[in-house]
Design a protein around this ligand. Structure first.
Ligand code: FES
Length: 74
């Protein structure tokens, strides 16, 4: 099932990017472009990331400011 219809990105692809270390919608966008056109899929991506898809999610939640900076540098 497509998460991002603008770029044809599926839920499975988002989960794979998350497993590869993309833990924020911005990182998913860097990896797949999902969310960079109409933005309508960003909430769905956030929901997927919030369901334990990303193994590092707990770290992100605890250290959001520092990792946000890393996210910006990526
Ligand atoms: S549905 Fe993902 S950017 Fe439009």
């Amino acid at each position: 099932m497509y998460v991002c219809s603008c770029f044809g990105v599926t839920e499975a692809q988002v989960r794979q990017h998350a497993a590869d270390g993309a833990c924020t919608p911005r990182q998913i966008a860097s990896a797949s472009k999902a969310g960079t056109d109409c933005g309508g899929c960003v909430r769905r991506i956030q929901a997927l990331l919030g369901r334990g898809t990303c193994p590092r999610r707990e770290l992100i939640d605890r250290h959001a400011p520092a990792l946000e900076q890393l996210d910006d540098a990526a």
